[in-house]
Every structure is written in C-alpha cells, then in structure tokens.
Design a protein around this ligand. Structure first.
Ligand code: GLC
Length: 530
C-alpha cells in the first residue's frame, strides 16, 4: 500500500468502550462520560488511536442503550451534552478520534416517533415503523423471529395491527423504505458529525431492509431443539436484503459531506456476503466489521484458511479489519485462556487491517459468572440457560485492587470480577512482563514500524499449530510466528532478530534460518535486508 494515502482509520487502532462499565465518577454504579474523560491519558499511554463508545443516548435501557429514545441527546446517567463536548475536545486535544454507536435499525418504543406511529393508523409517522395486518388466523403476519426469543411481531390492540421488532418488543424496527425516516436519520448523523464526531459504528446495518412481500423465512435444517431458538429459521428475508446496499451508500454519502470520517458496519455474515458492504465502488462502509476471529475455532490451520479467504474476497482497495471481542461475545481470555490471549493480541495487532480492541482485554479480563439475581441482560432473561447472556463480558473495568476496583465508589451495576485485586491496570502497569505491558510494547512496535500496520501481507508455510506470515513496507520486513498450541514447535524463517515476544523475554535474540517457539508463544522478527 502506498504510504502517502494512509487514512487514520487504516493505520490506527480502535478501542471499544462500553460506557456503563468503564469508569463511574459520580458513584451511581454506572460508568459516565466524565469517567471516560478521566481515563483518556491512560488510553494515550496504551497507544490506541480512536475510541468507539457504545450508545450514550437517552434510553429506557431495556437493551442497555441499544433502545434509543432520543438520537440527539445524552442520557443523564452518562452526563450532559457539555460533558460530551468536553470529552470530544479532550480526546481531540490528545490526538484521539471519537466514534459513536448509531442504532438505526430500531428505536425505543418510548421514542416520540414510535409513540406517534402507534397512536393511529393514519398518523403521519405510522409508516416510519413496520406495521402489518394479522395473519389469516389472526396471529402474527409471518414466521419472523426476534433475536432475543419469541416472535418478532407484537400486537397493538389499539390499532389492530402488528409491528415488527428484530430484537426486544421495546425495540420496534424503523422502516428504512420510508424516505422521510431516512432523511430524519441522516440529519441525526449530521448533528453529531457537525459537533466533531469522527465516525460511527452502525448497529446491525445489514438488518435495515426487510422483504417487501413479508415472505416466511426458510427452516434451518441444522437447527436442533435446545439450541438458540432464533436459529430455527434462516433470516433470509429479514437481513442482508439486496436493497440495503442503497441505504449504506446513502449513509456513506452523508459521512462524506464531512472530511475524513469513518463508517463502520456491524455485520454478522459469511465473508462472501460481508464484503458486499464495502459497496460496489467502495462507496459503502469503510470497514464492515470482520468478526471471524470471534467465531473461529482457535487452530492455526483454520485461521490461516480464514485469513486467505478474507484476503481473496476483499474488493480491490477495500481495507481489511479484525476484531477479537466485543460487548456481545465471550471474552478472548475466556475463549482461549490467559497465555494464549497474548498470542491472540499479537495476531490481532499484526494482521493486515484495522484492529478493534475491547476494553479490558488488554489486562486479560475474563467472563464473570453472574449470580442469577444479578442478571441484567434481557437476552439471558428471555432465553435462559443457553449461555447467550452478555453480562459476563460487560463487567466493570478493573482499574485497581480493592472494593469497587477503581471503577466506582458505589454499588456496581454488574458484579466486579473476583480476580480484580490482582488482574487490574494499576498492578499491570507496574509489572514489565504483564499482559498490559505486552499490549503497550506491541502497540508501540506497530506504531514505529508501519510495515506491521499497513504493510503487504504474505502467509508463510508453517506446521503444527503455528501460524506465520510476513509483513513488508518501505523496505522493512517482518515475520510473525504464532504458536496457537501448547507444544513447542520450530519453524523456518530467514535471518533476523526478534523484535518482540509474547513473554517479553526474547527481544534482540538473533534468528538464523529457524525459530523455536515455546507453547503459547508468539514472536515478531525483524528480518534482515529488503
Ligand atoms: C447489536 C448490538 C447489541 C444489541 C443489538 C440490538 O448487535 O451490538 O448489543 O443488543 O444490536 O441493538
């Protein structure tokens, strides 16, 4: 890639903050904007380039902010618009970009638009949501399900019709076929972009358009009773409809009214479908989130196949990206274990493409067991016992030891991990071999060596459970070798010197034609010569 035209979101690192759980300054047990502002210096110390905030808008919090009741306000729990402007200002002053979550597929049922829409069949906003007459037997119009359990249709007795909700019944889907609704939502984007926001992560962007004929979704032949009930049908008519691409293009055009902004799409689709969201002329999302590392079994051969397939499907000029964790999925340290979490970090930060980190992963936070009486997530409440609940990965950030873990002086909304007394930022900052110190070194290396961020990528052959690849830019060449297994393994590499190892104990070691990796070890090797 030509280094002259690199955009901030190509070479940069995105850090996801779940605001409820990051830092609570006012002591109500829920994180807030002033708390985030307080921690900006820490994020600069870590070396990330952008923060993405999960929703901070007014919301009844049925889905913890993903049910928005005012798209252009700040929830008092998080603070005020002044607090937000200050956060933005302080972030920009430090060279950090700020990305907001945009939740366009559905609003809260308490949004004034929905209150109007449900008030009568001939209300001007009726068509801003998806209303339908009952099916032939008086039941739901078709078999569309809610992701969070049960039918996707809710009956409104007052007007005798059903409305569709892909998620909770308190999250009615907006009708993106309606031009006025689209215009209103684009104005929401302009409102924040005009304030100086650097980009959006668009919630379930692939959901925005549903089949105009309301056809039934087909059965999923692989589904078995006892599995996630939503998977019973293939969401063929409710997601990834061809017309959604027009909407993505329109959203991008709004972003392009402002200089250098970023559009990220949240999309859970197979790679060959995912890449369509770059847009036919790269006029769609800059980064359709690539969640393969979140979902893939942790084996070198699976992952190198995945990387190749992804690279093969990317449209020319489309910029890749990788994600290890988010607020919806089990944490990486729980999925692969603490030792392997270092290898995973090295993979995330040296693959070709923009990495997104999830808060707390840099200290190895794990999924926290939530006692039944403290369950918050509606997904777990509606579909209990299948391990679908998302509270375990949303627990408070562990800043220091002691009660409240430096997150709150009050009662935290979710329990704090039992390991917080030793797994925390303060302790790991002191320890030069900690996971946090490793993340910082790795990020610093990536910043010093553009090859690791924007360089060309080539897989190397490696046996065992080892994944190896080369990165090259401007005459600087690196080999990255990652042992995803527990057994030591040796692989062939050209001459060079180890720039970083996951245990932080091999820097400077000369490499002559082969490198021996311990179990759960990764190394970045600076190769000699061009
Ligand atoms: C996205 C969000 C998730 C939310 C859902 C509905 O998948 O990441 O947290 O529950 O959309 O908005």
């Amino acid at each position: 890639m030509n280094g002259d035209h690199v955009r901030w979101w190509q070479s940069g690192i995105v850090y996801q903050i779940y605001p409820r759980s990051f830092r609570d300054l006012d002591g109500d047990g829920v994180g807030d904007l002033r708390g985030i502002t307080e921690k900006l210096d820490h994020l600069c110390w870590l070396g990330v380039d952008a923060i993405w905030l999960s929703p901070i808008y007014p919301s009844p919090m049925k889905d913890f902010g993903y049910d928005v009741s005012d798209y252009v306000g700040i929830h008092p729990l998080f603070g005020t618009m002044d607090d937000f402007d200050r956060l933005l200002h302080e972030a920009h002053r430090r060279g950090l970009k700020v990305i907001l979550d945009f939740v366009p597929n559905h609003s809260s049922d308490q949004h004034p638009w929905f209150l109007e829409s449900r008030s009568s069949r001939d209300n001007p906003k009726r068509d801003w949501y998806i209303w339908h007459d009952p099916g032939p037997e008086g039941g739901p119009p078709n078999n569309w399900l809610s992701t969070f359990g049960g039918s996707g249709w809710e009956y409104d007795a007052a007007t005798g019709q059903y409305y569709y909700h892909a998620f909770l019944k308190e999250q009615p889907d907006l009708n993106w076929r309606n031009p006025e609704l689209r215009g209103a939502m684009y104005d929401v984007l302009r409102f924040w972009l005009g304030r100086g926001v650097d980009g959006f992560r668009v919630d379930v962007i692939y959901h925005l358009i549903k089949d105009e004929q309301f056809r039934d979704n087909p059965m999923n032949p692989d589904w078995r009773p006892g599995q996630d009930p939503f998977q019973r049908f293939v969401p063929f008519y409710t997601t990834d409809r061809p017309e959604v691409q027009n909407i993505v293009r329109e959203m991008r055009a709004v972003m392009d009214e402002f200089p250098d902004r970023l559009l990220i799409g949240e999309i859970y689709l197979p790679v060959e479908r995912l890449v369509a969201y770059y847009g036919a002329d790269l006029d769609g999302a800059h980064l359709p989130f690539n969640f393969q590392l979140i979902e893939a079994p942790w084996h070198a051969r699976t992952i190198d196949f995945m990387v190749q397939e992804y690279e093969r499907h990317l449209p020319p000029g489309g910029w890749p990206n990788w994600v290890l964790g988010n607020h919806d999925k089990p944490r990486i340290a729980s999925r692969v274990g603490r030792d392997q979490a270092r290898v995973a970090a090295m993979l995330l930060l040296t693959l070709r493409g923009t990495p997104t980190l999830y808060y707390g992963d840099e200290i190895g936070m794990t999924d926290v067991r939530i006692p039944p009486e403290r369950i918050q997530d509606p997904f777990e409440k509606n579909v209990p016992g299948l391990g679908l609940g998302r509270d375990p990965q949303r627990t408070p950030m562990q800043w220091e030891g002691g009660k409240g873990a430096g997150f709150t002086a009050g009662d935290p909304w979710l329990p704090i991990a039992e390991d917080a007394d030793w797994v925390n930022v303060a302790a790991q900052r002191e320890d030069p071999r900690s996971l946090l110190s490793f993340y910082r070194e790795l990020i610093a290396l990536r910043r010093r060596e553009p090859a690791l961020a924007i360089g060309d990528f080539r897989l190397m052959s490696a046996g065992g459970d080892v994944l190896a690849f080369e990165r090259e830019h401007g005459g600087r060449r690196f080999a990255v070798a990652l042992n995803l297994g527990r057994m030591p393994h040796q692989i062939a590499v050209p001459l060079g010197r180890i720039a970083l190892s996951t245990a932080l104990d091999r820097q400077g070691e000369a490499v002559r034609n082969e490198v021996r990796l311990r179990g759960d070890e990764g190394v970045v090797i600076a190769l000699d010569g061009p």
